[in-house]
Design a protein around this ligand. Sequence first.
Ligand SMILES: Nc1ncnc2c1ncn2[C@@H]1O[C@H](COP(=O)(O)OP(=O)(O)O)[C@@H](O)[C@H]1O
Ligand SMILES: [Mg+2]
Length: 606
Amino acid sequence: MALFLRLLRFTHRYRAGLIFAIALVFLTTGLSLVPPYFTRLLVDSVITRFHTLDAAARDAARPEALHLLGVVCGSLLAIHLALAMVGYTRSMTLVIIGNRVVFDIRQQLYRHLQRLSLRYFERHSTGRIMTRILYDVNAVQQTLTGNLVDIVTNSLTVIFVLGLIFWINYRLALIAVGILPVYVLNFLLWRPHMRKAYTEAREQYSEISGRLHESISGIRVIKSFTRERSEVRRFVHEVRDIIDLSIRAGRYRTLLSVISSLLTGLATVLVLYLGGREVVVSGRMTFGQLMQFNAYLAMLYSPIIALVRVNDQIQYAMAAIERIFDLFDTSPGIQEPQDAVVLDRIEGKVELRHVDFSYEPTEDVLEDINLVAEPGQVTALVGRSGSGKTTLVHLIPRFYDPARGQLLVDDVDLREVQISSLRKQIGMVMQENFLFEGALRDNIKYGRPEASDSEVVQAAIAANAHEFITEFPDSYETRVGERGTRLSGGQRQRIAIARALLRNPRILILDEATSDLDSESEALIQDALEHLMKGRTTFIIAHRLSTVMNADLILVLDKGKIVERGTHAELATAGGIYEMLCEVQFKRAAEKIAEHEAARTADNYG
Ligand SMILES: Nc1ncnc2c1ncn2[C@@H]1O[C@H](COP(=O)(O)OP(=O)(O)O)[C@@H](O)[C@H]1O
Ligand SMILES: [Mg+2]
């Protein structure tokens, strides 16, 4: 109930429209009860009366009877027209309000989602988050417009119809009401079976959709291990389960509706028989009243079942609504104070003081990190994979807050800084850079949409990307992403560098930006990175010594601790991890040179 009230708050802006719609609901329900009354008038006052006259009197009475017939049918026609118009207005009002509310919620939900910390996205699957925003929100619309109206309409109908049939003939009404429990019982009998089958089918569906998602993403693995046939077999097997469940659910639904119709039929027959006796034997009822009674009876049972069914739907919808509010109630995690410091163009000094960090409370990922990077300095981070390099640089844009210790930019504590003003000063190029579906130009401009075309070209030139871009037929308008041109790793990397360059950040974070590239791309990217790093405080994570050697400061991380620090000259002979790394790489380089030499020699002789 609290949930429902909270939901109603979203309709606050539309309450006038909602009240109007509910008023129209009353009107349509009322109007729909009128036609049976006119039927009775027609039968009793026109047809029956005319029928009882003898031939001569009929001739005399004919004009008046025809006139009355016209009036009654005309009124009926008017009522049906009114019902159509009011019904249309009511439905459209609700459709519009429902969609507006859904729009409001979806918009607020997405805005909230964008503010959530990375931790949230690490803990929740993409599919699940998407379901919240796309499907769960729809449940709101269904509840607010569909179900709410159903409840009002059906309750009103039941109350009025009961009143009317008791007013017409309470003895018959008692019989009609007597059948009701059987009717409801029948529904309650099938409901758990139906529910179970549907729930199982739904679970099976989500299982299959997860599996499908996996097998499509992993299609290369399937093909390379030639597992297509077994994948097909598994899929067919699971889909067959769904068939069985769906057929079972369908059988229950069919049985329910057939038995319901049968019961309605029985009730009608019973009422006709007993009512007929009332008309013929006791005369306590006119023929017209019997017809009217029967018409109302047909309006009695289905609303009652609808009410039970609506209850189910609302329970289902409430689960969805609860999930939506859960998302709304998730705190953004990374907070900024009310009077946050807005950073203007910063110098670019970065300092970490006694920083500890962990993703899970039990496991320390960073321990007592201390470092100072002066404006324009290049700091290199090296260390084994998993030693915490990426984690460390992610603290600088405040993707996460440290458990203990302090981070400062230009001597201001990050916790006092307006986050967006901080992130505007930071450019990141990573090993895998995400490009959005769309034109290359727009991808480069992503961090500064107001940049001019010539600025885009300049950035692309500096990033060594201009050349390959202009080789595409569509040049800067070439589309990338899902349905666009495929770019090689090195090309994506250079687009990402152009994107970072255009933003002109004071602090630059390069996380393995040159890994996994062929040597030609690497040279081009190395060159592009030199451009990018010029005059910026840079943190660079790299495996290759060539990238690290020239850094002003090299930090070696091991298991979350800085175990060595110094310049290349100092560390290369210090006998630590860095020296080992150097040796490994020199050996590799030497092997490469030897290979190269051998190939040349072979060429000369060949
Ligand atoms: N999002 C995350 N959630 C939980 N643990 C993580 C997450 N990212 C990294 N880790 C863990 O933190 C440690 C450091 O990882 P990372 O900073 O990525 O190392 P590196 O970049 O040096 O390879 C690893 O043990 C890794 O498993
Ligand atoms: Mg990493």
